[in-house]
Design a protein around this ligand. Sequence first.
Ligand code: FES
Length: 132
Amino acid sequence: MGIFKKIFGICETKPPANNDCWTFSDQAVEIDLSITPELLISGGAVRLEGKGLPERIMVFHGNDGKYYAIRNKCSHAGRRIDPLPDTQQIKCCSLMGSTYDYKGQVVSGAAKKNLDTFKVITDQNKLKIGLG
Ligand code: FES
């Protein structure tokens, strides 16, 4: 990632190309994987914002084959996060670049608190993420 992106905290993870792939209601997010190609590949990720979500979320397909949903806000100063390619870690997009493991626990950097994580249930072609 370039220095410019780090200074401004610009992350690599984008909103889904088809923003109709997810819904939010009753404190739960549901993602239709059949129209979310970003999540079909290991290491792929999307960021979810808006639609009444109480907080922004990053959803990703880990290198271990599992799906994860994590509050998309570094616990140091609130920048967004990205999966760190070819590892089982997540990295803050800032210059400080705190890293976390897939469970949201701090691995390195300025962050002192873990990230909030959300339970993800895979149901056929859908991901269900409870925020309550
Ligand atoms: S905002 Fe993430 S390390 Fe500072």
